[in-house]
Design a protein around this ligand. Structure first.
Ligand SMILES: C[S@@+](CC[C@H](N)C(=O)[O-])C[C@H]1O[C@@H](n2cnc3c(N)ncnc32)[C@H](O)[C@@H]1O
Length: 239
């Protein structure tokens, strides 16, 4: 079957839900253990939220880590097998919802039926969960409607300078790879590379004002292990 790049992303996560859960829970990803897990937890905590929406929550580790700090967390992900894994561990509310559904207003519809925890959140967080092009742009357009007044969006993603490799430093689809992951992973999905300027431009076009850009450093290489964007809706600046 011919899948679009966007469809391949979801298809790949569907196939790799179990090895991914094992990799996260058995702490197989060194950069996560050494740097990026702590970086995103500390960044979220620094805004003292009471409520968090974790978009692309995967098997739910971040929701559990934030729940341990008495934060109410709602996680959503497009892959039922990952949501099931998250639900089985508990410490949060977890639902199957794709970015495409959120962009189409499914969150608001669900809340109208009174079946979601919250309409809006103090923090919306996306931890290494934004890999597409149009799907990500459409999702980010919707994020301001998911933020409580004064709420923040936090995105942790691959650092463009480190992820660029030998290819030209310009936006575009790249081939995926599971190099350095276990043999159990199959069918890596393509992902959409964005330069730093392109990320910042996309946030601004989505009605988000960048408040902080954090570059957590890998202790072994001294190079950025990721980038974290922390933003606020520009609505509060227009009131
Ligand atoms: C690298 S995992 C990160 C999971 C989790 N945030 C973490 O830190 O472990 C990427 C996640 O994004 C989710 N995802 C990617 N594209 C999606 C889409 N279009 N709709 C919903 N979920 C998506 C995948 O299912 C997967 O759980």
């Amino acid at each position: 079957m011919n899948f679009s790049n966007e469809e391949q992303i979801l298809h790949s996560w569907q196939q790799n839900a179990i090895p991914w859960t094992v990799a996260v829970r058995e702490q197989q990803i060194e950069s996560r253990q050494l740097v990026t897990n702590q970086a995103i937890v500390e960044t979220v905590m620094s805004y003292s939220p009471q409520t968090v929406l974790d978009i692309g929550c995967g098997e739910g580790w971040l929701a559990r880590a934030l729940h341990a700090h008495n934060i109410t967390v709602h996680g959503v992900d497009g892959i039922p097998a990952l949501v099931n894994q998250a639900r089985a561990r508990g410490d949060g509310r977890f639902d199957v919802m794709s970015y495409e559904e959120i962009s189409a207003g499914k969150w608001q519809d669900t809340c109208l039926q009174d079946t979601c925890l919250q309409n809006t959140f103090d923090v919306v967080v996306c931890n290494f969960s934004l890999f597409g092009n149009e799907s990500v742009a459409a999702l980010l357009q919707q994020v301001p409607t998911l933020l409580s007044p004064g709420g923040h969006l936090m995105i942790q993603t691959l650092h463009p300078l480190m992820a660029c490799g030998d290819q030209p430093y310009k936006d575009g689809w790249r081939a995926g790879s599971w190099a350095s992951f276990s043999q159990d992973f199959v069918d890596p999905a393509p992902w959409y590379f964005r330069t730093m300027a392109s990320w910042i431009g996309l946030l601004s076009k989505s009605g988000l004002v960048l408040q902080a850009l954090i570059e957590p450093l890998h202790p072994k290489t001294g190079k950025p292990a990721s980038v974290i964007f922390a933003c606020q809706s520009n609505r509060i600046f227009h009131q």
